[in-house]
Write a protein that binds this ligand. Structure first.
Ligand SMILES: *[C@@H]1O[C@H](CO)[C@@H](O)[C@H](O)[C@H]1NC(C)=O
Ligand SMILES: *[C@@H]1O[C@H](CO)[C@@H](O)[C@H](O)[C@H]1NC(C)=O
Ligand SMILES: *[C@@H]1O[C@H](CO)[C@@H](O)[C@H](O)[C@H]1NC(C)=O
Length: 373
């Protein structure tokens, strides 16, 4: 509520100021002047209240389960702009239903406060089976129309999730989608370097982890069929090669790898051994600071003693509350946060620090992670 409350106060303040400075009642006696001024102030107050109500109404037209108005005040001390500010969400495309719109609304509040530079998606962009083609209407229904607020009109950089492979994953990386919504950017492998000072950058390395997950690609696999022209083995090898050469070449102060699947997680999918085995050693050899994924529909932060990498799951864009996490997970020493519900994270970075805030569906901060160099 804080943002709109502040907005409302400012409005009334402004109107009162106007009454004071611009309205003159030259021929009136002192009492009529005072009466007129009071009436005006009162009138403006009523107008302000009506405006606030209309404003609330226009919000609740947005679809969803929760009645809006449960917004938590954004914690001003935690939500602080640094030279780079991004929002990260995963596992979301459900036409605004199942709390997707509520998460979008909180993203827009935090995005506005941080003036987010761009948004990252950790995959499972369109449920239940990705996009059928580059003309699939789900693109608008689950993306353009849901993340419609002004502060989210920034570039969206996405990786592919397993549900995206259930449809035509090649449609999602097709650059013609740009013509339908210029924010959209998705590919199998790419990097996003961003200067946070004249001599320091943060670089995101976006990878497609799907080819690594063996269970999808067995001959009797129900949902997945390798459809790309390049054989899967070759794609895996080239992903590892491209990732390791990009990481080696990168002069970035902060290196962050983003993929759909978990490495370590206590959520329903647990660890992904193939990715721990093939990808994690490259991250460790190149002093990567963070691996950020979706897949488990939760918010999670793991820091193990046997790895310098922080493992962060941001998969709460809509599907959540599965209640299949490891019992007692919150008490494990390597678990800094496990939250089974919906939400997203923000990441702010400077040459010397990275701050990640984990937000729930009301904009409440559940946990934060601060790194410094
Ligand atoms: C939320 O909305 C979805 C889709 O409209 C509906 O199926 C579901 O039952 C709702 N959940 C609650 C808790 O109201
Ligand atoms: C939506 O969020 C509320 C609050 O966290 C939760 O109680 C409800 O079950 C969620 N609905 C769905 C469909 O996930
Ligand atoms: C790796 O980079 C090469 C050269 O740019 C490119 O042709 C190939 O498609 C990339 N591999 C993946 C998996 O993106």
């Amino acid at each position: 509520m804080e943002t709109s409350e502040r907005h409302r106060d400012a409005e009334i303040g402004l109107l009162t100021e106007e009454v004071k400075s611009h309205h003159h009642f030259p021929s009136a006696t002192k009492t009529t002047w005072r009466k007129a001024a009071l009436t005006l102030v009162f009138f403006c107050l009523i107008l302000g209240i009506i405006f606030a109500f209309l404003h609330e109404d226009s919000i609740s037209i947005d679809n969803g389960n929760l009645t809006f108005g449960d917004d938590q005040p954004l914690d001003a001390l935690s939500v602080q702009r640094l030279p780079l500010n991004v929002l990260i969400v995963g596992d979301w495309g459900r036409k605004g239903l199942y709390n997707q719109s509520q998460v979008a609304r909180q993203m827009s509040r935090v995005g506005k406060e941080l003036q987010a530079d761009f948004i990252l998606s950790t995959g499972d962009n369109f449920y239940d089976s990705g996009l059928k083609s580059v003309n699939d209407k789900s693109f608008e229904e689950s993306f353009t129309d849901v993340y419609h607020e002004k502060s989210l009109q920034k570039r969206w950089y996405a990786v592919l999730g397993n549900h995206d492979y259930r449809g035509n994953e090649e449609a999602q990386v097709d650059k013609s989608l740009n013509k339908r919504d210029p924010r959209w950017w998705c590919d199998y492998f790419y990097t996003i370097p961003y200067s946070v000072s004249p001599s320091s950058t943060v670089e995101f390395f976006m990878i497609d982890t799907n080819p690594f997950v063996e269970e999808y690609w067995t001959p009797d696999s129900e949902h997945y069929k390798w459809a790309r022209p390049t054989p899967r083995e070759e794609v895996m090898a080239s992903t590892l090669e491209n990732l390791s050469s990009a990481l080696e070449k990168s002069p970035a102060t902060w290196k962050i790898v983003v993929g759909h699947h978990t490495m370590y997680s206590y959520g329903p999918h647990r660890n992904t051994p193939e990715i721990i085995e093939k990808v994690l050693p490259i991250l460790e050899a190149n002093k990567v600071d963070l691996y950020i994924n979706g897949h488990d529909h939760c918010l999670e932060h793991i820091k193990r003693i046997d790895s310098d990498v922080h493992f962060v799951t941001s998969g709460g864009g809509s599907k959540a509350w599965k209640n299949e996490f490891l019992p007692g997970v919150q008490q494990l020493p390597d678990v800094k946060l496990y939250y089974d519900g919906q939400g997203f994270i923000s990441l702010s970075a400077s040459p010397t620090s990275v701050i990640i805030n984990f937000f729930d569906i009301n904009g409440k901060i559940l946990h934060n992670l601060g790194l410094s160099k």
